[in-house]
Design a protein around this ligand. Structure first.
Ligand code: CU
Length: 121
């Protein structure tokens, strides 16, 4: 009997995994070169904080801290948009706000969730 793991080792497929990890780590390191992200927690079906002022080019990091609930942050405007997709509990989603303006981020699953974002020039 031969396990899938042993077979993968023999075929060299496992060897690719560290390369993927290195690429992901490199992406995180690149993000860390700028200012630290502003953390927005999604908890108790609210964005916390519910309002934030940042400078153009800064990053909001949306974290789903809400037990077993899904969240789905998005923003749709004429000048700037994003969509996190469904966010599993414990997951993070980073958004760089590259365009100055006043925005309202919503959750596609919980219509009462709102986050006001003021982006300075
Ligand atoms: Cu939500």
């Amino acid at each position: 009997m031969q396990s899938g793991l042993l077979r993968a080792l023999r075929l060299g497929q496992i060897g690719r995994v560290p390369m993927v990890v290195a690429m992901v780590t490199g992406a995180l390191a690149g993000a860390a070169l700028g200012a630290a992200p502003h953390v927005i927690s999604q908890k108790d079906r609210e964005f916390k904080p519910a309002e934030i002022s940042i400078k153009r080019g800064e990053v909001l990091r949306f974290i789903n801290d809400d037990g077993e609930l899904l969240h789905h942050a998005y923003l749709s405007s004429d000048t700037f948009s994003f969509d996190s997709g469904d966010q599993q509990p414990g997951s993070k989603f980073d958004v760089t706000f590259s365009v100055p303006g006043d925005y309202t981020v919503l959750c596609g699953i919980h219509p009462k969730m709102k986050l006001a974002v003021h982006v300075d020039k």
